[in-house]
Design a protein around this ligand. Structure first.
Ligand code: CDM
Ligand code: ATP
Length: 303
């Protein structure tokens, strides 16, 4: 199975709630950067994970790993149907780790779908999405893919119509940014009046997305976590500038960062941008081409 990453075309963040989360109005787009996930049954009833690919050596394979947590959650909620059933989960990571592209959430979403099938649970995707929200705010969206509006803490989803596809270049960074830290910095900036929290609907982005003209979508992209991410990771200012110099229609930090997203006018312009970017941005780790929207997790080979 391959599971896509996401970028937020709009990420409007409200004030911190009593439960520590923030109300959001976000426009998600699933993009063509994928982790690969293979799930095989285990006769001994254990849940085991193995991680390969970019950055995977930093990831524990114990119960803190999101794929292991996702499989355990299903087993705990449906003990009758899953008694004695185990799984071997193998993840090949290509989505940048702690990069603001929800790689861990994508893996968790893929695991819920794979184990649902493997263990014969046949739960509807809506039920998996509710379980997914317990694992992380982005997991519900990653079960569906496409484009969607996310409200609440990002888990209340409405699919969004889109016309055409957007061509992206992503610049990954040499180190990660922890999402809670970025939200905390957002709060500090709000306290000192540098930011006004506002989770109002990003109507303009939604409208332009349905029209499908990249130049017009570019004009209204918005990420309220960009300013706090840039305070925490000032080198990203150079990366964003480099993207503009290399010809991007729009530049923005992806989600909580530090991956930077560059929107191009079309596929040829994106290819040129991807080739040009490293010349202007020596601090970038890797440059990736992608497009969106793409569908959610899909089976590419028999697991
Ligand atoms: C930045 C985004 O990726 C944008 O889509 C998401 O908001 C983050 O989603 P996620 O990584 O799935 O985050 P979660 O695992 O749910 O939460 C991690 C931490 O991020 C903060 N958090 C997350 C989502 C949200 N709406 N408000 C928050 O304040 C909280 O401190 C939380 O403890
Ligand atoms: N399977 C997994 N893949 C990636 N990270 C995982 C996984 N399981 C647990 N984690 C933990 O989750 C953290 C966030 O990982 P992830 O790569 O999803 O970050 P992110 O892209 O910034 O997430 P988001 O965009 O949802 O905020 C990592 O630092 C890691 O400690």
């Amino acid at each position: 199975m391959r599971v896509p990453a996401k970028v937020n075309l709009a990420l409007c963040v409200g004030p911190r709630r009593a439960d520590g989360y923030h109300d959001l109005a976000t426009v998600f787009q699933a993009v063509s950067l994928y982790d690969r996930l293979r799930a095989r049954p285990r006769a001994d009833g254990r849940i085991c994970a193995q991680m390969t690919g970019e950055g995977s050596e930093q990831l524990p394979c114990d119960r803190t790993n999101l794929v292991v947590r996702a499989a355990w959650l299903l087993r705990e909620r449906y003990p009758g149907q899953t008694a004695g059933k185990g799984v071997d989960l193998a993840v090949d990571k290509q989505i940048p780790m702690a990069g603001g592209m929800a790689g861990g959430s994508a893996d968790a979403a893929g695991t819920l779908l794979a184990c649902n099938r493997l263990w014969g649970l046949n739960l509807p995707v809506g039920e998996l999405a509710e379980l997914g929200a317990e694992l992380g705010s982005d997991v519900s969206f990653l079960l569906y893919g496409g484009n969607a509006l996310g409200l609440g803490r990002g888990e209340q989803l409405t699919p969004l119509a889109a016309s055409g596809r957007l061509e992206w270049v992503f610049a990954t960074a040499p180190r990660g940014l922890a999402t809670p830290l970025v939200y905390r910095r957002f709060d500090e900036m709000a306290d000192r009046g540098a930011i006004v929290p506002d989770a109002g609907l990003p109507d303009e982005v939604i409208e332009q997305l349905s029209c499908g003209v990249a130049e017009r979508v570019a004009a209204c992209l918005r990420n309220d976590l960009q300013a706090p991410a840039l305070e925490l990771y000032p080198e990203l200012v150079q990366t964003l500038r480099a993207g503009a110099t290399a010809g991007a229609l729009a530049t923005l930090v992806s989600g909580s960062g530090p991956t930077c997203a560059f929107l191009a006018a079309d596929a040829a312009a994106a290819d040129r941008l991807a080739a040009e970017l490293p010349k202007h941005a020596p601090e970038v780790r890797d440059v990736r081409r992608a497009y969106g929207p793409v569908s959610g997790p899909s089976i590419v080979d028999r697991a």
